[in-house]
Design a protein around this ligand. Sequence first.
Ligand code: 5CA
Ligand code: ZN
Length: 440
Amino acid sequence: MRAWRHPDIPVLPGNSEAPRLYDTATEALVLAEPVDVARLYVCGITPYDATHIGHANTYLAFDTLQRVWLDAGYRVHYAQNVTDVDDPLLERATATGVDWRDLAASQVDLFRTDMEALGIIPPDNYVAVTEVIEEVADAVAQLWDDGLAYAVAVDAAELSDTDGPAESAGSDIYFDIAAAERVAPWRLGDESNLDREQMLTLFAERGGDPDREGKRDALDPLLWRAARVGEPAWDSRVGAGRPGWHIECSVIALKELGTDFTVQGGGSDLIFPHHDMSGGHAAALSGHPLAGVYSHTGMVAYLGEKMSKSLGNLVLVSALRAGGTDPRAIRLALLAQHYRSDWEWTVDSLTAAEARLEAWTNAFGRATADTTANADGTLADVDTDAIASADEVIVTLRAALVNDLDTPAALRTLDAAAVAGAAEPELVALAIDALLGIAL
Ligand code: 5CA
Ligand code: ZN
């Protein structure tokens, strides 16, 4: 699928290094050091009610990670999916009387526009699940042939199509966690570190079906859903139906990035079951761990609860933009929070960001460079004792960002430099553009 326009990213003088990132699996800061190219997979949207501030926050965090890698001289290969067929999208389409394909297409379009306005680096591979149905069916067939998947009967009255080449036709297909654990380099909980009770609770809350009759383990996740009356379905070698959720990300990530890639990312609401399970599917399919580092962003709340489509407590990027908000201020409001913290969006966060944007523009923007420099490039009437050297500012900025993407510390450095004045404001502006994605 088409992604969106790539922002222009200036190259800064001097050198930087690979960042240390918090790894959910080992619960420690680890070096996110690419072997060759930095390879990144971030879970994309389920296209309805896009793009809210929580989505923007998550994609901005991984945009910052890429800017840090780029600044350290690495090339980046970035893949992202679109969950354009799944239960919540279909339910919304039915509830609003819109064709699910039209709903997905319009929301992906809106998402692209918002991402581009925010200056977020686009994925190199932007892949919708409907584009890889055959690959998913192949993966499910492989798991089946390896004895890592099994069929669960579906009430015949529910089915729209019971024919098919496979013995599983007309059944739902589940992943056998216990069987996979015996053969794959993977254990359930490797990524989430949760105990079984916590898993059962979250599984039920986040799309799982612990009480489904016929499953070998309550936590076994769905790989392939047999075609139901009134639901979209595709003919495939494992029977007519559609992919389960987790397998889509395993297949797209393996297809585009291969195994053992640098970082798998998403919001913390995806740690379990989604990332534990997609890591398990991928390990069972490939014999390798999916990624080296598992990185998760905090949840943005609004009106006291996690901002979510199901609750409807949304602040949409498009609505803010339509109201005249500068996308750079939205970006700055998000960067003022550490990407791993849970926090609540308020109007004040935006007001503060707007004030900061103005202060930085006055200190480092193009007009400043003109008024503080004489025609020969030397500094005009400024107190040279007080001003910060641009090189020092850049060193401090880089140190903050390689330390688990500490954007609040980076912002504080720039606030101090804006007050003190900088010897080469245009160089500081270049760093703000390259590392924080804000062109003054
Ligand atoms: N399509 C799946 C992933 S395969 C999905 O979770 N889609 S989503 O539209 O619900 O979320 C898209 C991304 O935004 C995910 O990485 C999710 O973790 C993140 N996200 C959702 N809500 C919030 C929030 N309130 N704060 C921060 N990130 C969020
Ligand atoms: Zn995903």
